[in-house]
Write a protein that binds this ligand. Sequence first.
Ligand SMILES: [Zn+2]
Length: 463
Amino acid sequence: MKILKYTFEVEINDEIFRDLVKPLVERLEATAVSLFLSENLSTKLATPFVYRPTVPSSGLWSLYGKTATAAEVICNEDNILILQNSRAGGRVRGLFGGLEPEKSSFEATAISRTLIDANHVLSLVSDAVYSSLSKAPPSDEIVNPDSFFFIKESCKTHAAYLRRLKDTSEYKMPSYDDEDLKLSKLLCKKEVQEFIFRIVQSRTLTEANFTQEVSAIDPAESLSNFLLASGFVIREAFVECRQNSQRIARFNSDDVTLDSLMIKCATCGRYYRDERIYSAFVASEKLKNLITSSRWMNVLVTDSLIQSGIPREFIYWNFSFGADEIDIVAFIDTLPWVFELKDREFSVTDAHHFNYRRSVIEPSQAFIVTSRSVSPDAKRVFEEISGRGDVGTILGSSPTLPYPNLIEGLQDLGGVLEKMVDSHFQTKVGAEIKSALGGIDRIISNVVLASVASEQKQRSVGE
Ligand SMILES: [Zn+2]
C-alpha cells in the first residue's frame, strides 16, 4: 500500500462536494460507500433518493481543531480514496482574543498499489475539484498525472519538516547500486562480515592469505569471484626490497611490466624488476565507502523499507542537525520513523545520544538496528526513560520517551520491518476510513425514516 495525501486550499461547500464525488466514481469505476449504501437502501425502500455524504461527528479531525463537514470513501479493486471536507477556526478564539477566520480545506488521501497510481488518483481528484468549482487549476501539473505533482509535494513536505528542526539540518538521499545491496546482504553473515572488515582494516591481504580466509566461508568461490568482479576487492602488484623487506612500490594492476622500467631501489640499488614482486588484494574505495560509518546497514534497512512498500523518495540518510546525526529518517504515511544503526554492540552511551536525538525529532517510531546486540545497560536507560519494567521513572518524573523498537541481529530485519509497516498501515488507514464513514448511521436512519414518512404521506393522500 502506498499513501499520498494532499490538502486543497479551496472553499468547497457540501453541494460542490456532492457534485465532485459522482464524476470520480465514474472515472475510477469505483464505489462511493455512503452513496452506494443510501442509493441502494432508497431503491429497496422506495423512498426518494437524496445523496448526502457522511458527516463525521468526531474522529481524527477534531484532534486538529477542525470540524468535518462532509466525507466519502471511494474504492475500487486497486485504490481507496478518502475525501474529507473540513472547516477550521470559526468558533475558535485566536491568540489575541479575536475570532480566527473560518477556513475550509479539502483533503484527499489516495491509497494505491504504487505511488504512481496514488498520484494518478489525486490528479483525477484535482481535475474534479477545479471542474466543479468552474475554476482553472493553479497549475497544469496539479491535473497532469505525468508531472508527479503529488509525489513531489510530499517530498517537499518531508524536506521542510527536517529543515525546520534546526537551521543547520542536512541529509542525503539513499544512493547504492545492486552490487552494494548484494554485498550488504552477504554481510549479514557473521563470517563474511569478519572477513570483509579484516580486508578493510589490514592494508593488504596476500594472495595466499586471501585464498585461505575466503576458503573458510561457504560458498568460497562465488564470494571471491563476486568481490573481484564487482571491484570491491582489487588485485595490486607490490615491489618489496630484497634487502630490508620494505614495500617500495605498488601498482594499481597486477599486470605490470617492469622490464623496461629504469627505476632503482634507493636502499639496495637493485632495479625494481629484480626486487621481490608479488600480487596482493586490497579493499577498493567502493568497499571502504560501504563499510565506513556502516553505510552497508543503511543499504540493508533502506532495501527492507522499500520491500515493505515505502517509496525510496521518502527515505533520508545521515540526517544531521548541529553535532547530531540520525542514520535514517523515513516518512511512513507522512510520519517520521528514525533508525539508528550499529555494526557493533549498541552501548549505554549510544542510548543517551539516541534519546537526545529522538527528543528533538519526536519520531512516530524509533528503531535501533544492530548486527550484534543492545547492551543490558542501554536497555536499562530505555526502561527508565519510558517508565517500563521494574525500574520505574525517577521519583516524580513521568516517562518522556517511548521504549524504542530493538532489532538485534540482521537475519530477519526485512520480516520485522515489513510487519511493523503493515500493521501501521492497517491501523492508520483503518482509522481514517472509520473516521470518514463516522456519520454513516445517520444516513441510514434518514433513509429508513424517509420510507415511513413517505408511507404516511401516501396514507394521508389515500384518506
Ligand atoms: Zn631494495
